[in-house]
Design a protein. Sequence first.
Length: 122
Amino acid sequence: MTMEARILSTIRKIPRGKISTYGAIARAAGYPGAARQVVGTLRHSYDLPWQRVLGAGGEIKLRGDSAIEQRLRLESEGVAFRGRRVDIKKHEFKFARVKTVTKGKKKRTSRTPARKRRTTSG
DNA sequence: CATCTGACACTAT
DNA sequence: TATAGTGCCAGAT
C-alpha cells in the first residue's frame, strides 16, 4: 500500500457535509506531518471530494476561483462558514485512530541492528 | 547528496 | 485576526 493510496482512501471517507484538514488526513492515513503530501495527492487525482479538505482551523487555502468554488461546493453540502473559515467544531470529520505507517521497509540483509525501543517515562 | 518546492501545521508576536 | 519564522515530508532537479 503506497502512501498515496492511503491518503486517497482516507480522503474518500469524508462524508458529505463533513470536512477535514490536510494535517488530519495525513495523520489518519498514517503519516503524521505529511500534510503536504495530501496536497500533492489532491492535485493529481480525480474524482475526489477535494472540497472537503481544508487547512488548519477550517480555513480555505486555495487561491482565486478555486477558493470560491470550494466554498460554494461546501455550502451546497450544508457546511456553514464563519467568516472565511468553516465551523470546524461542527463539521470536522473524526477519523479512527491508526498506527503510523513506517517508511516502506524492504528486505534488508542483516544490516541495521535491531533498533532500541524507546522507554516511556510515565 | 544538496537544494528547491508545495492547495500545510504550529508557535510566537 | 494577521504576519513571520521554523519544522515537516516526499518528489523533482
